[in-house]
Design a protein around this ligand. Structure first.
Ligand code: PHE
Ligand code: ZN
Length: 889
């Protein structure tokens, strides 16, 4: 909770610590009510900075004693600091004893209990809730950890590194001692003491070393760990093959816990996972869950090098590890997908997520650079900008220096910085220095504006064809609109991967003015000025440009293409991403037209024919068809508008759905039949693509039938729901019924709950599905209000809280933004309740109002009032206060 006024922490104020802690010997006497922590440290003064007091961080701790070199010493406590004025100049030992109360810790930061076990979460600043420490990432120490606990209740005792010894103690207690040979920042410390079982696998890596891999979960969940174990092994193999980065520990452990604020955490050698990001069986997890688990397991494993071996100097550099590690996990998922079309599907999904979540962030109240300049609460900066836009920035390095150049840059980065805590500048320098003379190195300082400027750049592209000269001139302009605290922006380095097509769809060779001969059919134009022209020669007829292929930069492109040109791209572009993009643009243009003019939406024959052609094309993958035929989400539509009326957007998108369902009814039925997976369940790209398309087709068929009072398809959907042998099909059929408001939705929902009431992760899906259901005259909102009272609902478990609150407030605009402001009243009330339990989570849900300023009336005024009401509360956490104050600024 906030004590006094929270300070703004600024990047430019960074100073190195006055002391280093070189080794830590921790002993835990674990007890849920009162855990005793003894910490013995070797401390060294940092000669590089002026001599000053030793200031240790500590929160919600009960201090018992402080010894320096074995003698008691005078100290004082001020706020969240323990200050020792008279610390010695020479190296000394520091011993601290304190207690903490894990079972009272509902914030899930520090040491807490969950399901009868002990777990820790120390990133970013949780270690200070365990014991007093220099809790900052540039202080790296070697840890030895002794755990003592009741053996019957906590048979498994884990910490980072290698197990040194175990022993039996009196009173039914036992002990385990762990040692991690790698110096690490405190945020990577972890312990687990619980009644768990593990899946184990021994592997030998390329380097010829043997390793033990373990996945620990609660009894009964073991059969749901196979996919995670396979993903871990695949990640280890991939990192060695692609980047030459081996596993550096004999033992690598992964643990699942059901109360966790985020997806997972990369603690050295002891990754801790939200069970939602770890456990999967075909009966309980969807294809999307399987894919998410694979990528999160990989992400945490990849942190072992990008984050742990080389860590961040300070939290402003968070994207150094997160952007880079997201990039690595995205590359991994693409390589796992193997087939070119499946790679494109991965890319499309990543871009869709970026545009629906990060773009709104970058144009809202919380817009911040990839490397922020200031924060009040660092927990608020684990954002799509730091993660996903950060990954796009890393991808642009690769685009500018090439895949091999990027690998060379990574090699240099580890040669220079292994074992260090560094900055984004250090990373940039390594990639540039390994690629002298490259498109990156020659404009590195300009490129680095991606770290300092917030906001999504707009790129405008216009072509003009000169038939007589056979030249095509492409003019690119960029502009980055103002964002909070950044009125004026400078041009950024924007790699535009592109090609040219003839009107008949043939690929054209690319020859820029001044070149002797064409250079391939795809190239990267580097836009680094406000405006630049590129002249292509030898162009026989007016071409259609295919720009920003593969989404080569995180920008909003206005290419001014007509429907006819988009149709050429949709059919013929060599780049699958841009074929998909054309499908989305065609739909978006029609939806926006309806919203802007207030006219009812009518999908024309040109669009419907194009979609029918895609659906029928035997050459195209099911996965691609599903993506092309899925209409743009309401959040993405909202992003295109200056004034947002969520109800109007919903009405237009809904009308598009109904018309697409009706016009293509026969083709949907054919696609549904053609994409039944008969083989045994596998979460492979091919099978999951087929299930995705069958689910989309079914939802269209049920929607169309429901609108026409026809009972056949709803009946078939109900049958499929009942008979499904995997969660993807079962949930697909259920959501088809729910979103179409079919009569059978109700019995299906009841049956689903009865079937899965003992599977917490499936109950989360049950809540989320209802809270995300297409709004129908206020019924969805009313249902969420009811569900808040459901005996299975609780704010204490983050997954459960999110399943209702984030689903409604952040993913169902039409149900949330109501003319009577009831959505905002609910938001204000639940954010405050949640804040008393778990400020981090409350801060996340609070962000549902980030974009209130673009809302149309009466939403805008009501939203403002709700935010102001929350901001007026004196007892808010820093987390929520920072969000609401920024919203009102
Ligand atoms: N560092 C974690 C990851 O991205 C995320 C995380 C942050 C988890 C803070 C818990 C707390 O992999
Ligand atoms: Zn991460």
């Amino acid at each position: 909770m906030r004590e006094g006024t929270a300070a703004l922490i600024r990047r430019e104020d960074y100073v190195a610590p006055a002391y280093w802690i070189r080794t830590v010997d921790l002993t835990f006497d674990l007890d849920p009510a009162k855990t005793l922590v003894t910490s013995k440290m070797k401390v060294e003064r940092n000669a590089a900075v002026p001599h000053g007091p030793l200031r240790l961080h500590g929160e919600e701790l009960n201090l018992l004693r402080v010894l320096i070199n074995g003698e008691s010493v005078s100290f004082r406590q001020e706020g969240h600091e323990l200050i020792i004025e008279s610390a010695p100049d020479a190296d000394f030992s520091l011993e601290i004893r304190n207690t903490c109360a894990p079972e009272k810790n509902s914030s899930l930061s520090g040491l807490y209990t969950s399901g009868g076990g002990f777990f820790t979460q120390c990133e970013a600043e949780g270690f200070r809730r365990i014991t007093y420490f220099l809790d900052r990432p540039d202080v790296m120490a070697v840890y030895t950890v002794t755990l003592r606990a009741d053996k019957a209740k906590y048979p498994v005792l884990l910490s980072n590194g290698n197990l040194l010894e175990t022993a039996e103690l009196d009173n039914g207690r036992h002990l385990a001692k762990w040692h991690d040979p790698f110096p690490k920042p405190s945020y990577l410390f972890a312990l687990v003491a619980a009644d768990l079982v593990s899946r184990e696998q021994r592997i030998r890596t390329r380097a010829g070393r043997d390793h033990l891999l373990q996945v620990y979960v609660r009894r009964g969940d073991l059969e749901k760990t196979e996919h995670a174990m396979n993903s871990l092994i695949a990640s280890i193999v991939w990192d060695e093959a692609r980047f030459g980065l081996p596993l550096d520990l004999e033992r690598f452990m992964v643990v699942g816990v059901s109360d966790f604020n985020m997806g997972a955490m990369e603690n050295k050698g002891l990754n801790i996972f939200n069970t939602s990001a770890l456990l999967a069986s075909p009966a309980t997890a969807t294809d999307a869950d399987f894919a998410r688990i694979e990528s999160i397991v990989a992400h945490e494993y990849f942190h072992n090098w990008t984050g742990n071996r080389v860590t961040c100097r300070d939290w402003f550099q968070l994207s150094l590890k997160e952007g880079l590690t997201v990039f690595r996990d995205q590359e991994f998922s693409m390589d796992m997908a193997a087939a070119p079309s499946a790679r494109a599907v991965c890319r499309i999904q990543d871009v869709r997520a970026l545009r629906s979540v990060q773009f709104p962030e970058d144009s809202g109240a919380m817009a911040h650079p990839v490397r922020p300049d200031s924060y009040v609460e660092i927990n608020n900066f684990y954002t799509p900008t730091v993660y996903e836009k950060g990954s796009e920035v890393v991808r642009m390095y690769q685009t500018l220096v090439g895949r091999q150049g990027f690998e060379a840059g990574m090699k240099l980065y580890f040669e220079r910085h292994d074992g260090q805590a560094v900055t984004c500048d250090d990373f940039a320098a390594a990639i540039a220095d390994a690629n002298p003379g490259s498109a990156l190195s020659t404009r590195l300082e300009t490129f680095k504006r991606w770290y300092s400027q917030s906001g999504t750049p707009r790129v405008q592209a216009r072509g003009s064809y000169d038939a007589a000269a056979q030249t095509y001139t492409l003019t690119l302009k960029q502009h980055n609109p103002a964002t909070p605290g950044q009125e004026h922006k400078l041009p950024q380095v924007i790699p535009v991967t592109m090609g040219l097509l003839s009107r008949e769809g043939q690929v054209l060779p690319l020859q820029l003015q001044g070149e002797a001969a064409p250079v391939g059919t795809e190239r990267v134009l580097v836009l680094d000025q406000a405006e630049q022209c590129f002249v292509f020669t030898g162009v026989a007829s007016e071409p259609v440009p295919s720009l920003l292929r593969g989404f080569s930069a995180p920008v909003i492109l206005d290419d001014g293409l007509t429907d006819a040109e988009l149709l050429v791209l949709l059919q013929h572009d060599a780049d699958a991403f841009n074929r998909w993009e054309a499908s989305q643009r065609l739909a978006l243009n029609r939806i926006l037209q309806a919203v802007r003019t207030g006219e009812t939406l009518v999908l024309d024959a040109a669009y419907l024919d194009a979609m029918r052609t895609v659906l029928r094309d035997p050459q195209l993958d099911a996965a691609f068809k599903e993506l092309a035929l899925t209409l743009p989400g309401e959040a993405y539509v909202a992003e295109q508008l200056e004034v947002v009326d969520p109800q109007e957007i919903h009405a237009a998108v809904e009308a598009a759905h109904v018309q697409l369902a009706a016009a293509l009814a026969d083709d949907w039925a054919a696609a549904y039949e053609a994409n039944q997976v008969k083989a045994g369940y596998e979460p492979s790209p091919v099978q999951s693509g087929q299930r995705a398309l069958a689910n989309l087709a079914l939802s269209m068929l049920v929607l169309h039938a429901t609108r026409n009072g026809d009972a056949v398809w709803p009946g078939r959907a109900y049958q499929r729901f009942k008979d499904a042998t995997n969660m993807t099909e079962r949930l697909g059929a259920l959501s088809a019924l729910v979103n179409a408001h079919a009569e059978l939705a109700e019995p299906a929902l009841q049956r689903f709950h009865a079937l899965f009431k003992h599977e917490a992760l499936v109950v989360d899906k049950w809540f989320a599905l209802q809270a995300r259901a297409a709004e129908d005259g206020g019924k969805t909102f009313a249902r969420v209000k009811q569900l808040l009272q459901h005996p299975d609902f609780t704010l204490k478990n983050p997954n459960r809280a999110r399943s209702l609150l984030a689903s409604l407030c952040m993913f169902n605009p039409a149900a949330f933004h109501r003319a009577d402001a009831a959505g905002y009243v609910l938001w204000a009330e639940q954010v405050q309740l949640l804040d008393g339990i778990n400020p981090q989570l409350a801060g996340r849900v609070a962000r549902a109002m980030d974009r209130w300023t673009v809302l149309a009336e009466p939403y805008r005024a009501a939203a403002r009032e709700a935010i102001a009401r929350v901001a007026a509360k004196p007892e808010l956490s820093n987390d929520v206060r920072e969000i609401v104050e920024r919203a009102l600024a």
